[in-house]
Write a protein that binds this ligand. Structure first.
Ligand code: MG
Ligand code: MG
Length: 264
């Protein structure tokens, strides 16, 4: 499929619509995250919600991925399969999801506490989310992907965290993953030049311990080698002249979390 890295306003509108439905899908999942729920139950909630809005889950069948959600618990960084193991108090779970509608994708991820979590884990969540927003501040016309990576890396490493390098952000459009790569590490002024109208997913994956990861025998599940927890937040954004436009949204998720007194 031919890929234009710079999208028209009409294309951006379609990505915005997919991304809005995605934000609402995440909130449906967020409503149900608590000790005792299984990630397979969360996956069904997400799939049913997306299909009931005449859209498709981007991930299901992508390269053979078996589910609507990537559900990554504790030391699993990304690409975890939904399963029948109940979440338990003190866990964290990263939920990554994509929505495909009218020919365009949106892609977004959020890491949740399950019940009460340790202060170390809560800090990891807050700072990983903050690193995403620092990255988004650099996602403007004329900057480069390395400017995004640099700020995510320098902020995260200032806390002694690891920045996963093996997986990166990416362009989003007709395809779930397009050029350019958007690493979460790098040097200022290097990498692919950003232009107004490009749509990219920025997605820091940050670890409590070392950054090194391994892949399970299932060919998908990525976990930290040292067994320490990892967090993952992701927005799809449009590059603009002065300030990126965030196309996905955490607004609906955070309304749900607020009902339980949770602020990340
Ligand atoms: Mg994603
Ligand atoms: Mg992504």
């Amino acid at each position: 499929m031919k890929v234009n890295l710079v999208k028209t306003e009409a294309e951006i509108e379609l990505i915005r619509q997919s991304s809005l439905l995605l934000g609402k899908t995440h909130a449906e999942v967020a409503k149900h995250i608590r000790p005792g729920v299984t990630t397979r139950q969360l996956d069904k909630i997400a799939e049913d919600f997306i299909r009931s809005h005449n859209a498709l889950p981007s991930f299901k069948g992508y390269g053979g991925f078996p589910a609507t959600l990537c559900t990554s618990v504790n030391e699993v960084v990304v690409h975890g399969f939904p399963n029948d193991i109940p979440l338990k108090e003190g866990d964290i779970v990263s939920i990554d999801c994509g929505v495909y509608m009218n020919g365009y994708h949106g892609d977004s991820a959020y890491t949740y506490p399950v019940g009460e979590i340790s202060e170390d884990l809560m800090n990891l969540l807050k700072r990983t989310k903050q690193s995403l927003y620092f990255g988004i501040e650099k996602a403007v016309h004329g900057k480069r992907t390395g400017d995004i990576g640099h700020v995510v890396q320098s902020y995260s490493e200032s806390f002694g965290y690891g920045v996963v390098r093996d997986l990166v952000g990416h362009g989003v459009g007709k395809n779930l993953h397009e050029k350019p790569d958007v690493p979460n590490y790098g040097r200022k002024g290097t990498g692919h030049k950003l232009e107004s109208g490009m749509t990219i997913a920025i997605e820091p994956m940050i670890t409590l311990g070392k950054r090194h990861i391994d892949i399970d025998n299932d060919g998908w599940t990525i976990r930290t080698i040292d067994g320490k927890a990892a967090a993952h937040y992701e927005h799809t954004v449009a590059i603009r002249k002065d300030k990126a436009e965030i196309l996905t949204t955490f607004e609906f998720i955070e309304e749900e979390l607020k009902k339980h007194g949770i602020v990340i």
